[in-house]
Design a protein around this ligand. Structure first.
Ligand SMILES: C[S@@+](CC[C@H](N)C(=O)[O-])C[C@H]1O[C@@H](n2cnc3c(N)ncnc32)[C@H](O)[C@@H]1O
Length: 240
């Protein structure tokens, strides 16, 4: 994979850890209410392990999986009690089932082929213990269409990033060109990564979930309230 290299993963660890903090109160309450006996929790595409840190601190047996070895380096540091696996979410296989499976933030958007997303849902279904919960959030088509059309600059400690996004509604593909600089005003980048995400429409996601036998509750991923007409991000709480 040529994203989430060492320099971007370092920035990610500081700049995007907030998403796990945003979701954790909701996730812990939902799991506590719905599966009070849950013990095992698999976090797919765990990134720098920010959610896993919370999962393990709350007493669950936390397992994380990610394709970027650099993200896993941070996950090891942030969630030392978690078991970490370097693997592709499109092909994960465990000998056990989990009470809770999560996959958060833009992770599933990186699966730009619909059959890959459907395949992950099938694997999640197979790995979910009876009565368990599969919870994920993702950008949807409207979110990328409305927001991925700009250039922004991010300062993060010593690092400076420019992020230029674009979206093609014909293909539903969004591109984010992320360029890192060590010092403001530098012209030679320290790294360049192109992140490609697909903006799925809600009905596509829901047809795939239904095909795997999931029933689901859908929320706006930002407000964690019922979705709005053009919610940019949706969060699904799924059970079978
Ligand atoms: C936006 S980050 C989200 C990380 C974490 N879930 C969070 O909420 O902060 C997306 C993560 O998905 C991982 N990823 C992307 N494609 C993947 C794949 N095919 N298999 C496993 N991990 C993948 C990346 O390495 C990255 O860590």
């Amino acid at each position: 994979m040529n994203t989430y290299g060492p320099l971007f993963s370092r920035v990610y660890d500081r700049e995007w850890a907030f998403w796990a903090e945003h979701l954790w109160p909701f996730l812990s309450a939902k799991v506590g209410e719905t599966c009070p006996r849950a013990r095992t929790w698999l976090d797919l595409c765990c990134g720098g392990g920010h959610l896993l840190k919370r999962i393990c601190e709350a007493g669950y047996l936390g397992v994380g999986l990610d394709l970027s070895p650099h993200q896993l380096t941070f996950a090891r540091r942030n969630a030392p009690a978690a078991k970490l696996v370097h693997a592709d979410v499109r092909a994960f296989e465990f000998r056990m089932r989990f009470d809770v499976i999560t996959c958060t933030f833009d992770s599933l958007n990186y699966l730009t082929q619909p059959q890959d997303l459907a395949g992950v849902f099938a694997r999640a279904a197979r790995h979910l213990a009876e009565g368990g919960l599969f919870i994920f959030d993702m950008n949807v088509f409207e979110g990328l269409q409305d927001a991925w059309n700009r250039t922004s600059t991010i300062s993060c400690g010593a690092d400076r990033l420019t992020v230029t996004t674009s979206f093609d509604p014909e293909t539903a593909i969004g591109r984010a060109l992320i360029t890192g600089f060590a010092v403001e005003g530098d012209t030679s980048p320290t790294f360049v990564e192109e992140h490609i995400e697909r903006g799925y429409r809600a009905h596509e996601v829901e047809e795939m979930l239904t095909a795997e036998g999931f029933a689901f509750e859908k929320l706006d991923g930002h407000s964690l309230e019922p979705p709005e007409e053009r919610s940019a991000r949706l969060l699904y709480v799924c059970g079978r």
